[in-house]
Design a protein around this ligand. Structure first.
Ligand SMILES: [Zn+2]
Ligand SMILES: [Zn+2]
Ligand SMILES: [Zn+2]
Length: 161
């Protein structure tokens, strides 16, 4: 049996959320970054599930919350902050964001995206990044960033199909 990641099986997701928020606090404290209430709330919203969440969804929730009439540019800036500091990744094919559970060390995002439940499972395979860099070098291309997005069915959805 292959290892089934949390994202594609039932689990106590509140632990994922508290772990992610604690990691963010630690990382920001160490790097002297300000995890403002809004940045933290946006991160928490991105982490509400393992499915990538669009900026409009985040804005929608925030606008319903009392006393937090966050203007879109403020929310986009909060997302930029989270992206720049590796706390979330952007999934271009879905135009959405997903939380990173390894924000402590720099890495390139590699995602398996389930077309059924939309969960995004992050892989961290240095071998994949290196293969991309080497292949790019072969054609004289200098890689600046790379996000690999692979579409398919997760373990949970294959069982349900
Ligand atoms: Zn979870
Ligand atoms: Zn990551
Ligand atoms: Zn799935």
């Amino acid at each position: 049996m292959p290892f089934t990641p949390l994202a594609s099986r039932p689990h106590d997701h509140s632990r994922c959320v508290s772990h992610a928020l604690a990691e963010a606090e630690t990382l920001c404290a160490r790097q002297g970054l300000r995890l403002t209430a809004l940045r933290k709330r946006v991160l928490e919203l991105v982490w509400q599930s393992h499915k990538p969440l669009g900026a409009y969804d985040i804005l929608g929730v925030l606008s319903e919350e009392d006393g937090r009439r966050a203007a879109p540019p403020t929310v986009y800036r909060a997302l930029d902050f989270l992206l720049e500091n590796g706390l979330v990744h952007r999934i271009a094919s879905l135009n959405a964001f997903v939380g990173c559970n390894q924000p402590e060390h720099a890495h390139q995002g590699q995602f398996l995206i389930c077309r059924h439940c939309h969960a995004a499972i992050e892989l961290e395979q240095a071998a994949i990044s290196q293969a991309i860099i080497a292949s790019a070098q072969d054609v004289g291309f200098s890689v600046e960033s790379q996000t690999v997005e692979v579409v398919g069915l997760c373990a949970g959805c294959q069982g349900a199909a």
